[in-house]
Write a protein that binds this ligand. Sequence first.
Ligand code: SF4
Ligand code: SF4
Length: 432
Amino acid sequence: MKSLRELDYSVLQQCIHCGLCLPTCPTYDITKAERNSPRGRISLMRAIADGELEAGAAFGDEMYYCLGCLACQTACPAGVDYATLFETARAEAEASPAFAARSPGRKVLRAFLLRGLFMRPRLLRLAGRLLELWQRLGLDRLARALRLTALLPARLRKLERQTPRVSRRFSHQLIAPVEGGAEARFRVGLLTGCVQDLIYPQVNRDTADALRAHGCQVHTPPVQPCCGSLLAHNGEPAAAADLARRMIDLFPPDQFDAFITNAGGCGSHLKQYGRLLADDPAYAARAAAWAAKVRDIHEWMAEVGIEPATPGGCVPRRAVAYHASCHLCHGQKIDAAPRAVLRAVPGVAVVEIPESTWCCGSAGIYNLTHPETAQRLLDRKIAHLRASGAEIVATGNPGCLLQLENGAREAGLSLRVVHPVTLWAEARREVQ
Ligand code: SF4
Ligand code: SF4
């Protein structure tokens, strides 16, 4: 990826400093400081492109204080491409020796997690399997009972309590490589993701069921690379491009009608493969063709016509709130389709919550890197959910599922947190 100086200058010039994005920016809302606003951040990026500022530690901190939620992009009347600016700026920060030198431990952790685990799907699954075993044997509870976790720094102690339960079975154990007959109307590839695969593989199973019910033959290779969103959003564009090439090789675009994802954060990035590989002559055309076929599951169901989940009948009414994942509603501009999927489930009454498109604080790994700000956003979200009286909250991104589950548990709120497609698939199964 290009640096800020190499970026098409018109992208940096798009901002007309109107300030309309400021009220939608969660970090500006907290601090009321211009530098923590979209406009302030774009000014910093432009100063670097103009050679007036070095991309040092302060710049890096600011770019990582940004959630990358893209609410500013939705609000902007000038069409600022904040997603490109944000990814370029974080990559610029990572390339800065001053930023990297401040925390050698962070560098080691990044190398292990981003370029180690997330580049190797089998290794990631092995790590997931070990963690699942640790949890299943109750060693996590034993460590807490023996107060061994008290030896951890306070921040890690809190994170340890929030460690998600890893599933006993992963996606390849729930979904056959090919499901549905050749007579199906569409041939689609199902992307099982990383977090979704380890923590919420049932969402992938539910997605496969929904696809089959919508006339698809579903291809789900048992081992898939990470889509690269975590790397692209965290300043590792070269590694993200490498993963994109692997994904395109695994799913040749001329052999499929669509590539389906059920994770808002992944979909937002997958749709950028054309931009990511635009300068690679061996992949540019295929990447553009590939990106044009990416669909979020709700988007696809709406496109081909949402089937009612059951033939109808008398079912209990359930109040379901919808929390819009940032990269689904702001990154992909998909907001009506998930609500339409929910409304296709008998008994579901969608209740609107204030700020449904406001970040819950998950934001990739933001809840790990900036726990205090993430907690403030989570508290705000949970307060809206509590006031709504909803018994279920639906959301289309694994990071949001995790964040809301933790928030509801810590707040003592009885709330089921679920993917919309799961509610649809569960209702469908009831009549089969
Ligand atoms: S991406 Fe979100 S946090 Fe970052 S500047 Fe835009 S609105 Fe603010
Ligand atoms: S709304 Fe758009 S043009 Fe206006 S200040 Fe924000 S980013 Fe700049």
